[in-house]
Design a protein around this ligand. Structure first.
Ligand SMILES: Nc1nc2c(c(=O)[nH]1)N[C@H]1C(S)=C(S)[C@@H](COP(=O)(O)OP(=O)(O)OC[C@H]3O[C@@H](n4cnc5c(=O)[nH]c(N)nc54)[C@H](O)[C@@H]3O)O[C@H]1N2
Ligand SMILES: Nc1nc2c(c(=O)[nH]1)N[C@H]1C(S)=C(S)[C@@H](COP(=O)(O)OP(=O)(O)OC[C@H]3O[C@@H](n4cnc5c(=O)[nH]c(N)nc54)[C@H](O)[C@@H]3O)O[C@H]1N2
Ligand code: SF4
Ligand SMILES: [Mo]
Length: 737
């Protein structure tokens, strides 16, 4: 990265002065912390550089870990890697903090008193895995294998997933679907026939106009996107930001639309009406590829900017001007799909409206728009076929409940939780969780705890003693990413590549990698034939050799790139849309057939009662979900969250920045104390905080009771009827001074 774009990157990511300073202290911190390293790791002199990929979030940036005199020194971006482009975000740089966390789980634990008491005995791996296998066998005999469920987030969960499929359960879920990007992928699939995926298939770099609807890039630190955002901004690209809060991205915008929360569909419909009425859309593209455009056009006629103003609070003229701005740059106008889209329960329809606006711009399949991801062909390991479960998925029998939560993913978390509570359509008796803290990731913690009460077995595989681990029967300590191999990452991206995660350091105690845990547990369950390889390197070597690629080269470089492939229509991609009509569905017969709106409609959401504010939330640039608040390198930069409160409201209430308040939600739940940030940068009808703070696990000594938890306040949620996602921006809070 040249120095100009590097500066831009820092400017975008470090919009607050504090962060820029924090960024530069990090180098110092890493050096200082060398002193920490246990002598046990001293395995050589000099500096060793080991390529791997990051796990501080799920973007999987290629990294180089530096080991100096046997000690973990620092982690930087791998310049060969297309995702990091040689540069990590602040969280990735803080990777050593995960390795050094003094509160890490050290050995397997079995609960010795009742659940939630956090009384454990340390046991050997053999004892822990025998205990789990015995319980799983009993569950299989009494209820069937379908009564075990697996909750997972991240590539590290692949081998346990394989083991669970071999055991015979169809009930595998991830919060990254029903609490994150599910609605967006289904909304785009209903429109273009394909998902947006991760990393998002967006050519931000070449966009001439970028529209962000609540996607707070710069705080949401997905590395490649932030770098591309900085580049398109640096090249003079036009940015439009729609957010009730003046985000970091809003600071870069030509047009900032401070929308009333929950009314985005009204804005999207009015934008589309302006664009259609004024003939500003890509007519050739729509004629060629569109289905049902005339019906769509007739349907949106009612949504004037004047009407949208009454719903959204955005001036009609600003709606018109920003619509024309988008049209000016088409087809390189990229309306960002968003990622965490589970907001209000009508999220698939909002995402569909975003997809349709992109279709009007002709941006799907075009440079500066949505590309067709390239990938290398790396064969899977040839395992025996899985047994076919006798019972269907527990969350959605016969796809009758959530008609579009069907293909390409597993069960939905909240559906499995519900079935665990009710025992219907059949009982769920055991959960294994991997890399997910369900008490933070899912709305309504009471429901999660109620479900846990119905279990015969709860196994938590984690690296630190989280809130969820506190309720487990067995806690299994995993090696952190710097200590293990994981499955290879065969990425779908602008250019094809395959990447390796490999150990940089030894695990300090009894921690073991996920592949080892899966294989050993499979042995105990009599499923050893599903793991015919002796260790993971043998597995990886097999796949690499089958693909005609060199494992040695992969180990050395961390990544191998494939030949360039076409990713846009003009490069040779066939404009195929795997929808029922084979076209871009402006009007969806699928939706109409099931009694849903074929063209998105605006529906009003419940408003905060007098004296209450809507609770909205998002990302801290230096933390990931609820998983980094115990990482000292990151808490040096931010160790508690703040409550953004409109300054006029603050004055009226007599609070000022720096005061601590508690929140009380509509159901009477009271939060931990949180510091006020009184600001003009947020509307008066909502308050904002970053997710993941306010930990209540005493064993997380760094994070314990620092800041407040949005998850605790989210007792209400609205389920998306199309795919089961849980809209969580539907909670209201008052302030307790
Ligand atoms: N209230 C609220 N809820 C949300 C969100 C929100 O903003 N607010 N965001 C939603 C979104 S977008 C998402 S994607 C989900 C994310 O949901 P999750 O992925 O469940 O995120 P976390 O709650 O951080 O849980 C991650 C867990 O992985 C553990 N972990 C870290 N490293 C390792 C490792 O190497 N191995 C193992 N085995 N475990 C490890 C951490 O200690 C932590 O317990 O949450 C969703 N839920
Ligand atoms: N640093 C960091 N980066 C991350 C992550 C992380 O944990 N840390 N997590 C990653 C993951 S898995 C995800 S899913 C993404 C999540 O990040 P995004 O998908 O970008 O965003 P959200 O968290 O859904 O949205 C937060 C933004 O939406 C605004 N907002 C709230 N309500 C409304 C509304 O009604 N309308 C509009 N227009 N805006 C609204 C908020 O003010 C805030 O700016 O971030 C990714 N990047
Ligand atoms: S975006 Fe940051 S935390 Fe996520 S993988 Fe990349 S460097 Fe790591
Ligand atoms: Mo997410």
């Amino acid at each position: 990265m040249n120095s100009l774009s590097r500066r831009k990157f820092l400017k975008i990511t470090g919009a607050t002065a504090g962060l820029v300073v924090a960024g530069s202290t990090l180098g110092g911190l890493v050096k200082k912390s060398n002193a920490y390293i246990d002598k046990k790791y001293e395995n050589g002199k000099g500096v060793k550089k080991i390529p791997t990929f990051c796990d501080l979030c799920f973007w999987k940036c290629g990294s180089i870990a530096y080991v100096k005199n046997g000690e973990l020194w620092k982690i930087e971006g791998n310049p060969e890697d297309p995702l990091s482009r040689g540069r990590l975000c602040p969280r990735g740089t803080g990777g050593p903090g995960a390795f050094r966390d003094p509160d890490r789980l050290k050995s397997p634990l079995i609960r010795k008193t009742e659940r939630g008491q956090e009384q454990w005995v340390e046991v050997t791996w053999d004892e822990a895995l025998s205990y789990i296998a015995d319980k799983m066998n009993r569950i299989k005999t009494s209820f069937g294998p379908e009564s075990m469920a697996y909750f997972v987030h991240g590539i590290g969960g692949n081998f346990i997933k394989h083991m669970m499929k071999a055991y015979g359960t169809p009930n595998i879920s991830a919060p990254s679907f029903a609490q994150c990007r599910g609605p967006r992928d289904i909304g785009f699939r209903l429109t273009f026939g394909e998902d947006v995926g991760s990393p998002e298939r967006m050519d931000i770099q070449n966009a001439k106009c970028l529209v962000l609807i609540g996607s707070h890039l710069g705080e949401n630190m997905h590395n490649t996107q932030v770098q591309e955002f900085a580049e398109m901004n640096g090249a003079g690209g036009s940015i439009i930001v729609v957010d009730p809060r003046f985000s970091v991205a809003a600071g870069k915008a030509k047009y900032y639309l401070p929308i009333k929360p929950g009314t985005d569909i009204a804005l999207l419909l009015a934008w589309m009406k302006v664009i259609v009425d004024e003939n500003l859309f890509d007519k050739d593209y729509v004629d060629k590829y569109g289905f049902g455009f005339e019906q769509f056009k007739a349907e949106i006629q009612q949504y004037t900017p004047e009407w949208a103003y009454t719903e959204t609070g955005i001036e009609p003229e600003l709606i018109r001007t920003s619509a024309r701005e988008m049209a000016k740059h088409k087809p390189a106008t990229l309306i960002h799909s968003g990622r965490h889209t589970t907001w209000y329960g009508d999220d698939t329809q909002r995402s569909r409206a975003i997809a349709l606006l992109n279709a009007l711009m002709g941006s799907w399949g075009r440079k500066g728009g949505y590309y067709y991801p390239a990938s290398m062909s790396v064969p899977n390991y040839p395992y025996p076929p899985y047994p076919k479960p006798e019972k269907g998925k527990v969350d959605n029998p016969g796809n009758t409940i959530y008609p579009f939560a069907t293909e390409g993913h597993d069960t939905i978390t909240n559906g499995v939780r519900e079935a665990t509570i009710t025992g219907k359509p059949y009982p769920i008796k055991g959960w294994i969780t991997y890399g997910t803290n369900l008490l933070y990731a899912m709305p309504n913690q009471d429901e999660t705890l109620k479900a846990i009460q119905n279990l015969d077995l709860l196994v938590v595989v984690d690296v630190v003693p989280t809130e969820l681990a506190g309720w487990a029967d067995v806690v299994l300590p995993e090696s952190v990413y710097l200590e293990r191999f994981d499955d290879i990452n065969v990425e779908f991206f602008k250019e094809p590549f395959v990447a390796l995660r490999q150990p940089v350091m030894d695990s300090p105690n009894e921690q073991k990698p996920n592949w080892w845990i899966a294989k050993k547990l499979a042995d105990k369950l009599g499923l050893g034939h599903y793991f015919p390889w002796n260790d993971i390197e043998e597995y990886i070597k097999y796949r690499m050799t089958a693909a005609g690629l060199s494992y040695d080269e992969l180990k050395k470089k961390g990544i191998i790139k494939g030949a360039k492939q076409p990713i846009f229509f003009n490069e040779g991609i066939n404009p195929e849309f795997p929808t029922p009509s084979g076209k871009i569905e402006f009007y969806s017969l699928q939706l109409a057939g099931l009694g849903h709106d074929p063209v998105p409609k605006f529906k009003k959401h419940k408003e905060p009662p007098p004296g209450f504010f809507r609770l909205i939330f998002g990302r801290s640039p230096v933390h990931t979900f609820s998983k980094t608040q115990n990482n000292k390198l990151l808490t040096e930069m931010q160790d508690e969250n703040e409550l953004w409160l409109n300054i006029n409201i603050a004055k009226r209430l007599g609070v000022k920045s720096g005061d601590y308040v508690k929140l009380k939600n509509q159901d009477g739940v009271v939060s931990n104390k949180i510091k006020v940030k009184a600001t003009e940068r947020i509307r008066q009808d909502c308050v904002y905080m970053t997710h993941g703070f306010g930990h209540t696990s005493k064993k997380l000594r760094q994070a314990f009771l620092k800041g407040a938890s949005d998850s605790q306040m989210i007792t209400q949620y609205t389920v998306d009827p199309l795919m089961g996602g849980t809209g969580m921006n539907v909670n209201f809070v008052t302030l307790e001074l």
